[in-house]
Design a protein around this ligand. Structure first.
Ligand SMILES: *Cc1c(COP(=O)(O)O)cnc(C)c1O
Length: 435
């Protein structure tokens, strides 16, 4: 009775990533509009991307294969923390007095505390295989930077990280984590790049943004021999790598003998939500079932709910290819909320496309309401969630309360993208009414 933890064994770690493009083409007959070269306004080809990404990742970006094999070397590292747990949140259900069944997939079980390692291991592997020596990237809250630092360390690559200034100051231990794994960390905007210098000249105490940090990372890649760029979200290949989350969750829900009525994830660039949702969206495209999908964002950075669906740059210096996405504008600087991983002006083109096609829903919540959800979750389920993940929890709670009002059983599945043990500063402020 009360089966709580639906564990899988090592042999059940997925052997392939699931490619949503295959399903969109086959069952919907259309695909998201391609990235454009900003100069020519023509679709960006491999030549436009090969300066910053290895060939295998460029191929994955445009692949229409249903399944992309996970290399054995990558699976071997996944074995250290995958399959991650899927837990029935009985205590949260009881607290809410809801007839809903709430399940969460816990990606905080990874060594770096969030889902980002799923993609950085794969990215470091493909870069290493193609002879790259250094990976350069930006990080918001530091989760992606930590995951990339560790993955680079595993594969003997150098790692250089530009960390958004506000997070660098709010979360100093994240910097220590990255340095501990061997990375070189710089607060952004910085004096290391021409773009950073320009920003600092205008405002020496600029709090930074992901858009600015991306520009600094890209500028550094262009100047550094043997280096490539790595992105923690937004692009198709990153979302693809995260589908291990949903593939496992599907098997685990089978063990629970349930199927979700609603699948929920927080959305920054869209990768953890894609990770849990895509395998279930593939089912929906195939079987036309009624499962709903919900991306949850902060009301201070509402790219899906308030942004325009149009071509925009991924960064502030306007160096990246143009991406068709829901965007608040590449110059948008969100307020310094604690969910640093959700402070991105745009949204993954695949997620934007699904939203535009009404295959997924989106909702935005303010910082105080999501921190309250985080505290309720910590007090019932024990895990202190990352401030990003509290957005998904808030939406799951709202769904569970609705189920109670409607006196309906409802199966809710959400992704708990990371733990918040390095985010106690935000919780401290919340507990003392200082947010
Ligand atoms: C980075 C991060 C996010 C946001 O990124 P997505 O690409 O939208 O998943 C969410 N939660 C955690 C814990 C993160 O580290």
């Amino acid at each position: 009775m009360n089966h709580t933890n639906f564990a899988l064994n090592e042999s059940e770690i997925p052997k392939y990533y699931l490619n949503i493009s295959y399903y969109l083409k086959k069952y919907l007959g259309k695909l998201p509009d391609p990235p454009l070269n900003p100069m020519t306004k023509q679709p960006a080809g491999p030549a436009d991307l090969s300066a910053i990404f290895p060939m295998e990742l460029i191929k994955q970006e445009v692949s229409l294969e249903e399944k992309i094999e996970i290399p054995e070397e990558v699976r071997d590292i996944y074995k250290m923390y995958r399959p991650t747990p899927l837990i029935r949140a009985y205590r949260l259900e009881k607290f809410l007095d809801t007839p809903a069944h709430i399940y969460y997939k816990y990606e905080g079980a990874s060594p770096t505390g969030a889902h980002k390692l799923n993609t950085t291991i794969a990215q470091a592997y493909y870069n290493k295989k193609e002879g790259v020596k250094t990976l350069i990237a930006e990080t918001g809250a530091g989760q992606f930077g930590s995951a990339l630092s560790l993955a680079c360390n595993f594969f003997g690559l150098k790692c250089q990280i530009f960390m958004v200034r506000v997070s660098y100051d709010q979360k100093p231990y994240r910097k220590t984590v990255m340095q501990l794994y061997g990375a070189d960390v710089t607060a952004s905007p910085s004096n290391k790049t021409e773009f950073g210098k320009k920003i600092l000249a205008g405002n020496p105490s600029h709090s930074g943004s992901l858009g600015i940090a991306i520009s600094e990372a890209l500028e550094t890649v262009v100047k550094t021999q043997g280096s490539k760029y790595s992105l923690g979200s937004v692009l198709n290949h990153v979302l693809l790598h995260q589908t291990v989350i949903g593939l496992e969750a599907k098997k685990q829900m089978e063990k629970a003998e349930e199927y979700p009525d609603v699948v929920i994830g927080c959305v920054g660039g869209g990768s953890n939500f894609a990770g849990i949702a895509f395998p279930f969206i593939a089912d929906k495209l195939k079987n036309k079932n009624k499962t709903r999908f919900m991306g949850v964002e902060p009301s201070s950075c509402p790219s899906l709910t308030k942004g325009k669906y149009e071509y925009d740059f991924g960064d502030t210096a306007q160096m990246t290819p143009l991406l068709k996405m829901h965007t608040l504008g590449s110059g948008f600087v969100p307020s310094p909320i604690h969910a640093g991983g959700l402070r991105y002006h745009g949204m993954a083109p695949q997620i934007s496309f699904l939203y535009n096609e009404k295959l997924i829903e989106a909702v935005a919540y303010d910082q105080n309401s999501v921190f309250q959800a985080g505290v309720d979750f910590a007090r019932t389920e024990g895990i202190i969630p990352a401030p990003e993940s509290t957005h998904a929890i808030k939406a799951a709670i709202v769904e569970a309360i609705t189920a109670k009002k409607e006196e309906k059983k409802k199966v809710i599945l959400f992704n708990l993208s990371g733990h918040g043990l390095l985010d106690l500063n935000g919780y401290d402020k919340f507990l003392h009414n200082q947010l």
